[in-house]
Design a protein around this ligand. Sequence first.
Ligand code: UD1
Ligand code: UDP
Length: 408
Amino acid sequence: MTRLKTFLIVGARPNFMKIAPLYREMKQHPTAFEPVLVHTGQHYDEKMSQVFFDELELPKPDIYLGVGSGSHAVQTAEIMRRFEIELMKHQPEMILLVGDVNSTIACALTAAKSKIDSQAMRTFRRRYVEFIKERKTESPLSAAHLKQCHSPTAPIIAHIEAGERSFDFGMPEEINRVTTDVLSDILFTTSVDSDASLLAEGIDPRKTFCVGNIMIDSLQHYLSKANPSEILDNLNLKNTDYGLVTLHRPGNVDEPATLKPILSALIRISERLDIIFPMHPRTRKLLPNLGKAFNEQLATSRVHFIEPVGYFEFLGLQKSARLILTDSGGIQVESSFLGVPCLTLRPNTEWQITLREGTNRLVAPEEQAVVTAAFHSLTNRNQPRAQIAKWDGNTSKRIVDLFIKIFL
Ligand code: UD1
Ligand code: UDP
């Protein structure tokens, strides 16, 4: 029997922890799948990429595109150009995509327009169409959609974390999410929120499968290794309460006018507790533009800037933090699961469910708003640990079991 040759795409930091459990699960079924690990090279620093391969037990990528940084257009185009060559060379039947970064949309767009005219491709496509047609749906859109959306010679595109929406097209990720979902054949969602968003956008619900949150698979698998002690020792913070911060959204960190008020808030919060801030390279780049006096103020405060840290150290830092302040997507998910209060310094979030059922709260990224919310959170301690349906560590198994059901 032909194995389903599947490209698993990684590119940027949050992709590694989402792909690792799927890679591991597929490897459990060697007669069913031929997983091929593709790294676009969107992130390339040792601390933004290699460290995760080591910790998450991912092998060296089978294909490395080495695209590096650039404007959105340059980076996306370069991934597409290099990815197309590999697609044609290896002719996979399926592309597995996660999240919302430029690597995700670039590979989706390339795959959706490609022509792979192999017997295996036609066989797997036929099984896919038969399976989807059998699913029950109330939606009158379904029949037309199924016809319209599927090229018989394009690899099957499966998107994990489909349907997450911030409803803010000012975020490059929102554009990547919506367009990737339109191009996908199989949409794996994390919750009822994402199911509803896809339905509202007219996506055939027979293509949508609610499987839970893949990030929790990695979190649960590696939680016993989560250990912040080396970092806390180095900073002399053992047995001390601390807050944890990450920032990298362009809307917060690309201009002094937006970054400075947030950092001023952190200086004020650090009068109450130490702040550990593993800094994304995008954010680090702006520090020299904030002026000598401000940098000196930061240096004498209890805000501790460190390099980005590995996954185990970061999970450890999250687990033991009194409070997390972030604009990351993944950290809203992880902190909710861990039951640690999270202030998300953004006007909106694609993880609405963590506001309702987790420990997350949106805070305007303005100095006084951040200080007030942080002090409020510090004086109201007990947060419940989130128990969101299907965020249980079994998402990769659900996905791979479904592939087996559809294709084999
Ligand atoms: C990207 C994703 C964002 C995700 C984030 C996770 C897009 C549009 N954005 O943002 O959704 O939340 O990754 O971390 O895909 N840089 C380095 N070393 C690296 C990587 C980046 O120095 O290894 C610096 C470069 O100066 C680069 C800048 O960071 O220009 C931004 O990198 P880029 O990949 O374009 O976007 P991120 O801000 O990392
Ligand atoms: N993370 C990490 N080290 C760090 C910061 C974050 O390992 O210094 C992990 C974090 O635990 C989560 C993921 O990186 O699993 C989130 O990635 P990021 O915030 O870069 O991207 P986003 O989720 O916002 O797209």
